[in-house]
Design a protein around this ligand. Structure first.
Ligand code: ADP
Length: 416
């Protein structure tokens, strides 16, 4: 079964065609800057990545373009049609579509097969994710129009994995009626990634998915930590929005909320400008004054001893350690800590600093193993026999969305 995984951002489309039986990727691609001269990359499984620049008006146009790459063209195939790098013979070989949807609110505790009712409910969640859900919805509509309603489609929600958090974990200590009236609560994000990490860890450990207690760390541009008890999320660091929690590339993570009013008054900023400051000008970028990119910060520190680069990395690492401590308390100990995301997977130096001096907790990094994990591979980086295992597992949200899509479609419809 070929599952097309679609991830629509406000001006982007990421796609991947996955053979769900063998879990192999047949092709993938990205269309950026939709609405103008778009930058497109298409990469078939066997072959070089190809880049194109061409005007693409909207998500429908991007999905149309994607299908012209994916479907093998007949006689006269030119470079525009992917130069003959198609991977299926006809659109009919797309058997199902899995859409990433950022916010499922409280309506979706599980991923859902898309029909008119599900689309209406996703629309109802719009005010919770005004930047993301409209783009996700426009991708769903365009895909249904182009591929036809006969192709089953599933909405896979970033928030669904965290729907198992207990009330005391998801509520803020605000007036309770705000939760009743406006659904103000912690939702958590990166759920597909944390779910993948828990599943992969359990598979590697040869255990059932509901038998592992873990702390998973998704450390990319966006960063979040998750406490997982018996395979289910019980706490996570992102909150009502993806702004809360860890220090990220440009997001501040946890701050005293009184700062919002104070900074706005001192700097003469509107609420919208404050939101930009906290989301786009803070984090590693804001502290270092250099970049949001961890690799560049590590280079700056090593090559030039840049003080603010070190400070940004220190803030980042302290916050991760803070959540590890909190979640060990939450879980009453964990079997393993899993590192993932661009930083978690590729920066042994950050893993070293996160684990530094935590031997008393049973967290003991093996420096040789830590240095030896090759990019894109899984590995164990803890000392043999340490109480808490330390694993590096590359995240693979697309493969997880394909898995979830197949799982939802395999469910029998509820009996009426
Ligand atoms: P996104 O959240 O956008 O998917 P990624 O998961 O790709 O982002 O993570 C991007 C982050 O990973 C950047 O801060 C980048 O510098 C960092 N990163 C990637 N490779 C390395 C590396 N080799 N060393 C240190 N940091 C790295």
């Amino acid at each position: 079964m070929n599952v097309l995984v679609l991830n629509c951002g406000s001006s982007s489309l990421k796609f991947q065609l996955v053979d769900s039986v063998t879990e192999t990727r047949l092709a993938r691609g990205v269309v950026e800057r939709i609405g103008g001269q778009a930058l497109c990359t298409y990469e078939p499984r066997h072959g070089e990545a190809r880049k194109y620049a061409e005007p693409i008006r909207d998500h429908a146009g991007a999905i149309q373009r994607m299908m012209r790459w994916l479907v093998r063209a007949g006689v006269g195939a030119d470079d525009l049609t992917g130069g003959g790098a198609g991977v299926i013979d006809s659109p009919g070989e797309v058997h199902a579509v899995g859409h990433r949807v950022v916010h499922g609110g409280e309506s979706f505790r599980a991923h859902a097969r898309i029909d008119a009712g599900v689309i209406r409910e996703i629309e109802d969640c719009m005010d919770l994710a005004p930047l993301h859900n409209p783009a996700n919805l426009s991708g769903i509509r365009a895909a249904r129009a182009l591929l036809g309603e006969g192709v089953p489609m599933v909405a896979v929600f970033d928030t669904a994995f965290h729907s198992t958090m207990p009330e005391a974990s998801y509520l803020y200590a605000l007036p309770y009626q705000l939760y009743r009236r406006h659904r103000i609560r912690r939702y958590g994000f990166h759920g597909t990634s944390h779910a993948w990490l828990a599943q992969r860890y359990a598979e590697r450990a040869g255990k059932p998915g509901d038998a592992v207690d873990l702390i998973t760390l998704h450390l990319g541009n966006g960063c979040s930590a998750c406490a997982i008890r018996q395979g289910r999320s019980v706490a996570t660091s992102m909150g009502f929005t993806p702004l809360e929690g860890l220090v990220m590339g440009t997001r501040c993570g946890d701050v005293d909320p009184s700062l919002v009013e104070h900074i706005a008054l001192k700097e003469g900023l509107s609420l919208r400008e404050m939101s930009t400051l906290l989301n786009k000008q803070s984090g590693l970028f804001g502290v270092s004054g250099l970049t949001n990119d961890m690799r560049e910060l590590l280079d700056e520190e090593r090559e030039h001893g840049d003080r603010r680069a070190t400070l940004a990395i220190d803030l980042f690492v302290r916050r991760v350690r803070h959540y590890i401590g909190a979640y060990l308390a939450e879980l009453g100990g964990a079997e393993a800590i899993v590192f993932s995301g661009g930083i978690g997977e590729n920066a042994p130096e950050v893993r070293r600093r996160v684990c530094d001096g935590l031997g008393w907790l049973g967290i003991d990094l093996d420096p040789a193993k830590n240095a030896a994990v090759a990019p894109g591979t899984e590995g164990e980086v803890g000392m043999d026999g340490a109480r808490i295992r330390l694993a590096v597992i590359p995240t693979d949200e697309e493969r997880m969305i394909a898995r979830e899509t197949v799982a939802v479609l395999a469910q029998r419809p509820a009996q009426g």
